[in-house]
Design a protein around this ligand. Structure first.
Ligand code: NA7
Length: 537
């Protein structure tokens, strides 16, 4: 399609991932003139880009799916409990077609400039394929985890093999057969990649800086009985999800204190949860796990012992055991055979905490103490999370303020949606929102609903502009911090804190007070007469 120039829209949606698609669907209610710019050539966002081997969602698909349309959730069939990337991408495509959303999307169009015109109260939006449009509102559904982080090791340009970042994986299959593969990073992504690549690679070196806690996913084909049960109870279960801090449904909610049990009983309870098919339900064994260090350590040691029992070489097992931060304070992983992978002859774990990578060479990479010959390097090194999507778009607001300057000391927001000085710009899953600590499709739906209602209010009342103030940003960041301080989350160098990116300011960016509480807080501010918002005509 040709670039669009000179057109005026009511709303520009950025991103055709799950939130962006739902926004297109909802904005129809407003009869608004809407255009969506999507950097990829297809819909799905995270599930379009992350097509690396082993990519899989770690919330079960009966939940990690849209709730807005009863026929959709009844008719759609998920083959597996935890869908692999192709199934999620297929679902996004189905939704785009089923609800006729595609005609409003311009693909291969990455927004690279957003400028607010104060006199007219309009955003000027440009993309890298030459689109230039004007809009009253911008709804940025550009993703919490999409700006990839490629560590700047010297020499990457000289590498003669192939290298990939997992979030920018090629569409054609990469053949690992017999190849010497280096995998850098052991977060959720690396943990999914390693077992799959190890199956065909000649040799796999896993370069680990920080070990992560991972739970067995017990992924399996979706049992018809289980599917039926969900579909018969969707209404009740979605209602329960909307009241849950993580926006998930718990089949066996447990509200027990770990301190009421003997060590043997605790072990039994944890063992049962470990062996169950409940995935993250393990973290709900006891109520204090994420808020009390002593309770947390009991659970952490249980998981370490599982690692020790699984991995045969005890030196490797100890390296795989996280010991420097509490259980769950870096994003917990779900895996399929991750720890078992290290029992294979063709897999070697390299500790790059004690022996860091110093450079990439034409034939592989070097650490301070050794050199490794590699044909393929996989960067599973994560993202400039929460803020990267916004800061990479070249956004200027009131008085020409650059968003990167505004966020120099860390991101600010009011309710995760607004940044003072950037009027009429709404972020979905922005810094200060629950982001990945709530199931993101449901949370995205709720956020989009809130934004659409906000826009509706403005239109019905003839408002031209909404902004917030730095005072209200401070209030919100105080709230974000108070709830985080109640938990153990700040005790880890995680991407929630920006700690994974060299030089990024350390600010806790995720609202951990719960999805339910978050929705309530946003509604309260509206009900209090749009408190914290500066609306003008
Ligand atoms: P993560 O969780 O940020 O993991 C990235 C991994 O890459 C992590 O192990 C990092 O170690 C490692 N890393 C990053 N930079 C380097 C350098 N310079 N050297 C060595 N190792 C490095 O990203 P994922 O893609 O796995 O997961 C992102 C989210 O997607 C996940 O949380 C889920 O919500 C889904 P570190 O721990 O920083 O020491």
């Amino acid at each position: 399609a040709r670039p669009i120039t000179g057109a005026e829209y009511d709303v520009v949606v950025i991103g055709a991932g799950f939130s962006g698609l739902y926004a297109l669907y909802r904005l129809r209610d407003l009869n608004a003139k809407v255009i969506c710019f999507e950097a990829g050539d297809g819909v799905g966002g995270t599930w379009y880009w992350n097509r690396y081997p082993g990519a899989r969602v770690d919330i079960e698909s009966m939940q990690y799916s849209y709730s807005f349309d009863e026929d959709l959730q009844q008719e759609w069939r998920w083959p597996e409990h935890y869908s692999p990337q192709p199934d999620l991408e297929a679902y996004a495509n189905h939704v785009a077609d089923r609800f006729d959303l595609r005609e409003r999307i311009r693909f291969g169009a990455r927004v690279n400039r957003l400028r607010f015109d104060e006199a007219a109260n309009r955003w000027h939006v440009r993309t890298d394929r030459g689109d230039q449009v004007v809009a009253k509102y911008v709804l940025a559904a550009a993703g919490s985890l999409n700006a990839e982080n490629i560590p700047q090791f010297p020499g990457l340009d000289s590498f003669q093999g192939q290298w990939y970042h997992t979030a920018n994986w090629p569409r054609e299959e990469v053949d690992f057969t017999g190849k010497r593969v280096g995998l850098i990073g052991t977060g959720s992504t690396g943990i999914q990649v390693a077992p799959v690549v190890a199956e065909t690679a000649g040799h796999l070196h896993v370069f680990q800086r920080t070990p992560n806690f991972s739970l067995p996913s017990k992924n399996r084909p979706l049992e018809p009985e289980y599917e039926r049960e969900w579909k018969e109870n969707y209404t009740e279960r979605r209602a329960a999800i909307s009241q849950d801090p993580g926006a998930v449904y718990w089949a066996n909610p447990a509200d027990r204190s770990i301190f009421e049990f003997t060590p043997e009983e605790r072990e039994q309870i944890l063992n049962k949860a470990w062996g169950s098919k409940g995935g993250f339900e393990f973290i709900r064994c006891f109520r204090e796990t994420m808020v009390n260090l002593e309770a947390n350590e009991i659970v952490a040691e249980f998981v370490r012992n599982k690692i020790r029992q699984t991995v045969k070489d005890q030196t490797v097992a100890e390296l795989l055991c996280p010991k420097t931060y509490p259980f769950g304070t870096k994003r917990l992983c779900l895996d399929t055979g991750y720890y078992e992978t290290f029992n294979r002859e063709n897999v070697t774990l390299v500790d790059v905490r004690s022996d860091p990578i110093t450079e990439i060479t034409p034939t592989g990479l070097k650490t301070t103490a050794a050199a490794y010959d590699l044909d393929i390097i996989i960067f599973a090194t994560g993202f400039d999370a929460m803020t990267g999507a916004m800061t990479r778009m070249n956004v200027t607001g009131v008085d020409g303020m650059d968003l990167r300057d505004k966020w120099r000391d860390g991101p600010t927001s009011y309710l995760g949606y607004f940044v003072a000085g950037f009027p009429n710009l709404f972020m979905i899953h922005g810094p200060g929102s629950p982001s990945v600590l709530a199931q993101m499709i449901t949370s995205g739906e709720a956020q989009v609903d809130w934004v659409v209602e906000f826009i509706e209010h403005m239109e019905e009342n003839g408002y031209e502009r909404v902004d917030t103030t730095s005072e209200w940003e401070d209030n919100w960041s105080a709230e974000v911090n108070v709830v985080a301080d109640y938990t153990l989350y700040k005790k880890a160098d995680s991407w929630y804190l920006g700690a994974n990116i060299a030089g990024k300011p350390r600010v806790f960016m995720v609202y951990v007070g719960g999805f339910d509480r978050y929705v309530q807080r946003c509604n309260e501010q509206v009900e209090a007469g749009y408190e914290g918002f500066v609306l003008s005509r």
